[in-house]
Design a protein around this ligand. Structure first.
Ligand SMILES: [Zn+2]
Length: 425
C-alpha cells in the first residue's frame, strides 16, 4: 500500500501539470488566470489552489467551447450528456484515454470490494449505445480481465430487471441506487430470493437508508455506496470497515467548502472538485452541486485516503420551507415505512409538499394517517402535505429516480445532529 505522503506528493505533481496545461491550452481557464493575475507556478500546493476561482455548471453551459483544450477533437471524443438537474443540460467530453482512466479507477474500487477473476458482473444502469470500436475495446478488456460484464437497462420495469438478473446469476451487481431499490422491493414482495450476489455497489444517486435496508434484505449481501459525477468521475467509495467514504486523492482534489472556508471534520459543505486526469475538458475547482460532510484526513482502517462522512446528494434536493427553514431529505425518508414500495416527494410550492407513493397491498387507514402525521410534524404547520397513491413512478429521462425534489437552491447545511446518516452494518 502506498503511503499517504506518496499520494500527496503525486497529487501536487499532477496538479501542477494540469494547471500548466489549462493555462497554456484552455481559453476559459487562461482568462481566469489572467483576471486574477495568477500563474500556474504560483499555485504550488493544494492549499494555494484556493486562490483560484471556482467554476460552476452555469459557466460550463455558457462557455462550453472555451472549456475545450486547443486541439481537442469533439467528433473523436466520447460525449456524456448530464441530466441537467441544475437547469440546462450540458455534455461532458472525454478522450478514449480519459475513459480508460475512468475505468481504471473503477477497477481499483472493484478490487477493493473483492471482485474476482471469473466474476459475473451485472451493471444496472442507463445503457448507452457504444461505437463499434468502443464495443470491441470493451470486449477485449473484459476478456483480459477474465470476467463477464453485462449491462441491464435501468429504464425497464423492475420486474423484468429482476427476471433478467435471475437468469444471468450475477456474482456482483452494480447500479443506480433507486433502481436497485425498486428491484429489491419486487424481490421482497414476491418472496423471490434467487439472485444471490456476493456484494452490490450502488451509485449515480443518493443511497437512502431505506434503500440500503431493502437491497441488503432482498439480496442477502452487503451494499456499498460509490460516489461519482460526470465532471470528476469516481470520487469516493465506501469503506468496508468504518462506513466513511475514501476519497480518490490520487486522481482528484476534493475540497469541502462551508461559508467560504474549508469545512472541518463533521461539518457539511459544498463539494468543490479538481479532476487531475481530465485534460481535453478540464475541471478545476468545479462546483459539482452536491453537499457532503467532511471526514477525518485519514480513514481509521489504515487506507491512505482522506474521507467523507456522508454524501448528502444534490443540494437541490433539500427542502427550503417558509421562513428559510431547510429540511434534509433523510428527515423525510418515508421509504422506511414497511408498507411503501416506492415514493417520490416533491415540493410543488414553498408551502406545499406532495408524496406520491406506490404502496404494497397491506396497509390500514391508521398506518396512512400515522405517516401523514409524522411527515407533517417535520414539515411544520405552515406547509400543506398531501399523500397520493399512484400505480407507478416515472424515472427522470436519465433513468434516475430522484425521490426528493425540493425548491431549495444549492444550500449548505449544518452537519446532521444525529451523526452519520449511514446506519450501522
Ligand atoms: Zn477505510
Amino acid at each position: 500500500m502506498r503511503s499517504r505522503e506518496a499520494i500527496l506528493a503525486q497529487q501536487a505533481q499532477r496538479l501542477q501539470r494540469l494547471l500548466t496545461h489549462a493555462y497554456e491550452n484552455v481559453p476559459y481557464y487562461r482568462q481566469l488566470f489572467e483576471e486574477r493575475g495568477l500563474r500556474p507556478d504560483g499555485l504550488r500546493s493544494v492549499e494555494d489552489l484556493s486562490l483560484f476561482p471556482m467554476s460552476s455548471k452555469a459557466d460550463l453551459q455558457q462557455r462550453a467551447r472555451d472549456f475545450l483544450a486547443r486541439g481537442a477533437r469533439p467528433d473523436r471524443m466520447i460525449a456524456r450528456p448530464t441530466s441537467g438537474s441544475s437547469g440546462q443540460p450540458v455534455t461532458i467530453l472525454n478522450t478514449r484515454w480519459e475513459e480508460y482512466r475512468r475505468e481504471a479507477r473503477r477497477r481499483r474500487v472493484d478490487g477493493y470490494y473483492g471482485v474476482q477473476r471469473g466474476d459475473r458482473r451485472a451493471a444496472v444502469g442507463f445503457a448507452r449505445s457504444r461505437t463499434r470500436l468502443n464495443q470491441l475495446l470493451w470486449k477485449a478488456i473484459s476478456a483480459l480481465r477474465g470476467d463477464t460484464r453485462v449491462k441491464f437497462d435501468c429504464r425497464q420495469p423492475p420486474e423484468r430487471i429482476l427476471r433478467q438478473l435471475a437468469t444471468f446469476e450475477p456474482t456482483v451487481i452494480g447500479g443506480y441506487a433507486g433502481v436497485l431499490n425498486q428491484v429489491a422491493q419486487v424481490a421482497l414482495e414476491n418472496g423471490e430470493r434467487t439472485v444471490r450476489p456476493r456484494y452490490l455497489t450502488a451509485g449515480g444517486e443518493m443511497l437512502l437508508p431505506s434503500m440500503r435496508r431493502n437491497i441488503r434484505a432482498a439480496f442477502a449481501a452487503p451494499v456499498y455506496d460509490v460516489y461519482s459525477s460526470n465532471e470528476l468521475k469516481l470520487t469516493a467509495w465506501e469503506c468496508r470497515q468504518s462506513g466513511l467514504y475514501h476519497v480518490c486523492d490520487d486522481s482528484l482534489i476534493l475540497e469541502v467548502v462551508a461559508d467560504g472556508r474549508a469545512a472541518r471534520d463533521g461539518e457539511a459543505g459544498e463539494l468543490i472538485g479538481t479532476n487531475l486526469h481530465s485534460f481535453a475538458m478540464p475541471f478545476i475547482r468545479f462546483r459539482v452541486g452536491d453537499v457532503v460532510v467532511k471526514g477525518p484526513d485519514r480513514c481509521p482502517c489504515g487506507e491512505p485516503f482522506s474521507t467523507l462522512r456522508a454524501i448528502q446528494g444534490r443540494a437541490l434536493e433539500h427542502f427550503l420551507l417558509p421562513g428559510g427553514r431547510v429540511v434534509h431529505p433523510f428527515a423525510l425518508d418515508v421509504g422506511l415505512t414497511p408498507w411503501i414500495r416506492n415514493f417520490s416527494l416533491v415540493q410543488e410550492r414553498e408551502d406545499a409538499v406532495v408524496a406520491r407513493v406506490v404502496a404494497l397491498a397491506e396497509r390500514t387507514g391508521e398506518q396512512v394517517a400515522e405517516l401523514t402525521r409524522s411527515v407533517q410534524a417535520v414539515l411544520g404547520p405552515d406547509v400543506t402535505f398531501t399523500l397520493e397513491f399512484v400505480s407507478a413512478l416515472e424515472p427522470a429521462p436519465s433513468g434516475k429516480f430522484q425521490p426528493y425534489r425540493g425548491l431549495g437552491r444549492p444550500h449548505v447545511l449544518a452537519a446532521p445532529e444525529t451523526g452519520s446518516p449511514v446506519p450501522p452494518r
